[in-house]
Design a protein around this ligand. Structure first.
Ligand code: AMP
Ligand code: GLY
Length: 420
């Protein structure tokens, strides 16, 4: 029996905790800091995932055996290195490998070295900004500018207009639009195709492929409007067939794991491949070193196998020996968000969830307890996941049950999966 501490406070962390709670190998589940939903299945601890001393104190006090890191920032800041040779095992890579997410230029150099298909790219800093302007002038079609570092999901700009692209390049590098994260900018070839997300659990030698998903990032119907953390997800997306997955495995997953091994990275955790299907050829748009949100809320409920057992095997270097069984049914997740999100929004709106909700899972994201009420506490508030024989039936169930949930200003997309 193992005690586990899950760092983070979103729907991803609630879904992971919900799954771990079903394992006979799990003893107590703690969340740092968690939300109103996670408090129902475990104990919320008032700590910051970025304050490793606070995390360490919790590890000692509650005799934690495993730390599962939800978001990327603690990994990029070295939480795995901090706890190496201490009493607890961390699920998530060390600081060096976390650069695969923490630095776009690092990820591109890695893919270059290991022959992994991705967009052509050039790194631009203050020193060679004139080359950047030239490159923009010579580019046909949309211009992709990426802040090199972590920019809370906002660091990618796709621009049609060359003059605007040059202005933005200057704003990023000279006026440090995204702080230190955009002192270096990667200009990338624009890739045209349909995106999907592949997740693996790797111990740096072997790996298991988790269910595939597609997420919907824009706030508006028909993929319009501002980018968000994610408004919904489908698992599996019907267009990801065996032929495409074989290419993903041979050309992307295997060389990535081999590269991790070759670089001697300490990697016991998830890799989230953000992929794009360009005329049948999968290419990497980005690496993340954690699970996705809301993809996790669709992917994890489809896993039949014991997740705690997978984590134990991961730390024994035996992930290849694990069995991963997946439900055939399609899962569809819809996010309920606050009025105004992803821009300014109000918090503290009371949430009511009708007891008659059936056949859907309701994962909490930005929620907290206030006296006897559950109130909104973030932009993304709840994630509703349902199963069906295909994404249409799964989505219908989620939409039916959403009508039984209420908070002031509640908004959600009704067209998740519209393009499939
Ligand atoms: P990221 O922050 O890396 O997830 O990028 C945000 C979004 O920008 C991606 O989900 C894609 O939709 C888009 N994107 C990023 N890189 C490219 C590219 N090279 N070509 C086309 N679209 C891209
Ligand atoms: N849903 C995208 C992400 O978690 O990065």
């Amino acid at each position: 029996m193992h005690n586990i501490l899950i760092l983070g406070s979103g729907g991803r962390e609630h879904a992971l905790g919900w799954k771990l709670d079903k394992s006979p190998l799990t003893d107590k589940i703690y969340f740092g800091p968690g939300n109103a939903g996670t408090a129902e299945i475990g104990h919320n601890l008032d700590l910051s995932p970025l304050n490793f001393t606070e995390v360490h104190n919790a590890v000692r006090e509650y005799k934690i055996d495993y730390i599962l890191v939800g978001p990327e920032a603690p990994l990029v800041n070295g939480i795995t290195d901090f706890f190496r040779d201490k009493e607890v095992k961390v699920i998530g890579p060390g600081k060096d490998a976390a650069q695969l997410e923490g630095s776009k230029s690092f990820a591109n150099a890695f893919m270059d070295k290991y022959g992994i298909p991705t967009a052509a790219s050039v790194n631009i800093t203050k020193q060679n900004i004139e080359d950047g302007y030239d490159l923009i002038d010579r580019t046909q079609g949309p211009i992709v500018l990426k802040a090199d570092g972590l920019a809370a999901g906002k660091g990618v700009l796709i621009l049609e207009d060359k003059a605007e692209a040059k202005r933005q390049l200057k704003a990023m590098i000279i006026n440090t639009k995204f702080g230190k994260a955009s002192e270096k900018v990667v200009i990338e070839e624009f890739l045209d195709g349909i995106e999907f997300s592949v997740f693996v659990l790797t111990d740096g030698e072997g790996y298991q492929i988790l269910p595939v998903a597609k997420d919907y990032k824009r706030i508006g119907e028909g993929d319009t409007g501002l980018n968000t953390g994610g408004m919904g997800a489908i698992s599996p997306p019907p267009f990801v067939d065996e032929k495409l997955m074989k290419k993903v495995r041979k050309q992307i997953i295997e060389p990535t794991v081999k590269g991790i091994n070759n670089e001697k990275f300490d990697y016991k955790g998830f890799i989230f491949f953000g992929l794009i299907n360009v005329d049948g050829q999968p290419k990497v748009i980005e690496y993340n070193v954690r699970m996705g949100d809301p993809e996790t809320e669709a992917v994890i409920p489809r896993i039949k196998s014991d997740l705690m057992d997978l984590f134990v095997k991961l730390h024994k270097g035996k992930i290849n020996k694990a069995e991963l069984e997946v439900k055939k049914k399609t899962a569809a997740t819809i996010m309920l968000v606050s009025q105004g999100y992803p821009e300014a929004y109000e918090k503290g709106k009371p949430i009511t969830i009708d007891q008659s909700i059936e056949k859907s899972l309701v994962f909490h994201a930005g929620t907290k307890k206030k006296d006897y009420d559950t109130v909104t506490n973030g932009g993304r508030v709840l994630a509703v996941t349902s199963f069906g024989k295909d994404h249409h039936t799964a989505l219908k169930k989620s939409l039916d049950n959403i009508s039984k949930i209420h908070f002031e200003g509640m908004h959600h997309r009704k067209d998740i999966g519209f393009d499939l």
